[in-house]
Design a protein around this ligand. Sequence first.
Ligand SMILES: [Zn+2]
Length: 358
Amino acid sequence: MHVQDDLLLIREQLYRLTETAYFENALNDHARDVIALIDHVAPRVDGMPDLIAYELRRQIWTDHQHLNGSTSNEIPYEIVHVLTRALRSWIDDRDVLVTTALLDEPAFYFTRGLRWPGIAKLLPEFEQPRRPYTLVQISLPRLYRTYPLRCAPLFHELAHYLDDTVNVSDEFILQARFTDVGPGRDLQRRYMREHFADLFSACYLGETIVHDIMRLNNVNGATRTHPDPSYRIEVVQAFLAGRTHRVVDQFNAILQERGLPSLHTRFALPDVAAAFDDIRPCSIASDQELYGIFPAAQAYLAEILEDRRPSWSDWSRQSANRTINDLVEKSIRNMDLKEKWRNAAMEQVGHTAQSELK
Ligand SMILES: [Zn+2]
């Protein structure tokens, strides 16, 4: 009974969302698909086994939560833009949408939402959406919404989505033939997921990720979910220094077998100082610089906070922090706008050329 009531509450909320102008079209379509699913499930859910009913509610709930967080007045637009760009270089699936939810706690999460193939098996009589979207659901602290430099751990969360989709960590464990097939094997799998996510982040952010690992995992030794932070840092540093490392090499071998891109650094550092010294957004010339603005701006901010940038000496710590994050946002947004303008102009040229040919 509770499940049915919850679904109806979610439906009401989703319906309200679709009535606002805050959504991009794909998200709006997805919200309508979820409403159609609720209309199908709600009258039947009481007759379903508890496990299935709860799992359906979980998936629908997290989709609703991330749709809510992805309305245009809430979404951390710039970071979502960069994550989407990073994901497309691994799986070019236009029906996968990066969405966010804001948390009131200092944590980053990745969750899996609705999986239409699973729904099709479970409810064969339900008419599937014409264009089934999948949400990559990433949660971040609300306080960091306008602080892209604090959002670097989202690359790590994005990697968990990618890993779950292409199963590289599962394959790692399979190939490693661990003799322990009980809880020990699960633990190793969890650890490998973390190593893969760290390496993925290091591809885009470099050394920055090492600092994030240290900051977020202020623990000594391994836990039930995460490997020892010092070992995580060792793996990342070996990768960035181009040294051979068993973990890195095996991941790359698996990626190659799957025909996927390898783990390699994908960022270039833009000259942020030339622009930021004059409190101007920095011009980003390539995808590599789009990722590289994170480590470059992080390093620049660290220099201000350590009093190594005289032009910023009168700024308070908080004002400098806010301003640098603001400049990063503006730099990313400018690049996106320039690209959109260029694409629109190219399209226009294409149309004109076509009509001249006619
Ligand atoms: Zn993780």
